[in-house]
Design a protein around this ligand. Structure first.
Ligand SMILES: C[S@@+](CC[C@H](N)C(=O)[O-])C[C@H]1O[C@@H](n2cnc3c(N)ncnc32)[C@H](O)[C@@H]1O
Length: 203
């Protein structure tokens, strides 16, 4: 994963400057409506420069913790979103006490983890969420990789990046097996890229 850290360090500024191409306003609106909570604590995994999702939660008066393994991305998050508490770590290695968060998001980040790490991370997210808490994450599927199940490299912003995903059915089974309720499962085209957006809840 050292390679991926270096790539994100290299294009952190450009990524941040062009982040507006991928409009998150509807994603945020839908998730915030589902959360239906005045305030809480959000954990954002792969927070990048802290925008737009962490920033939108801060605006609503939420406490936000962001985790990212790119020092450059974390530096941008600290600069642009100083209210976000940042942690420099691999999202598959970070850990928190049980039932700390009302919400967990992983926006365009989880698909960079090897498949074997998906289930253990979902298990942790389940443990970290308070009962009634919700999680939203972007998951890759055949629309992006051309394969039902994938583990390999794809080009993004002129670099070869590692991506992986199970089939949507396997993903659903993993999540339900852990105990999550599946609240929404949407294929959304944002900025010309189609991903599966999953919203799940801890009963
Ligand atoms: C495509 S960017 C998305 C950033 C942000 N979530 C957004 O919506 O703009 C992916 C981010 O995930 C981070 N990332 C990827 N794999 C990671 C991992 N295993 N641990 C921590 N951060 C990771 C990258 O450094 C990068 O900042």
């Amino acid at each position: 994963m050292k390679e991926l850290i270096e790539i994100y360090n290299r294009f952190a500024d450009t990524y941040h400057q062009s982040r507006g191409i991928f409009d998150m306003s509807q994603i945020f609106k839908d998730f915030y409506t589902i959360l239906n909570m005045e305030k809480g604590h959000l954990l954002d995994l792969g927070c990048g420069a802290g925008e737009p999702i962490p920033a939108l939660f801060i605006e609503k008066g939420w406490k936000v913790t962001g985790v990212d393994f790119s020092p450059k991305m974390i530096a941008l998050a600290n600069f642009y979103q100083p209210k976000v508490r940042t942690i420099l770590s691999d999202i598959s290695e970070v850990d928190f006490e049980n039932e700390q968060f009302e919400a967990v998001t992983a926006i365009y980040s989880l698909f960079h983890l090897e498949k074997e790490k998906h289930r253990p991370l979902f298990e942790k997210i389940f443990r970290w969420l308070k009962p009634g808490g919700k999680a939203l994450f972007t998951y890759a599927d055949r629309h992006y990789t051309g394969a039902e199940s994938f583990s390999g490299y794809k080009e993004f912003m002129g670099e070869k990046l590692f991506y992986s995903h199970f089939t949507p059915l396997e993903l659903r089974n993993i999540l339900m097996n852990i105990g999550f309720d599946i609240i929404r499962e949407d294929y959304r085209d944002i900025g010309g890229e189609i991903f599966l957006w999953m919203t799940v809840g801890k009963p």
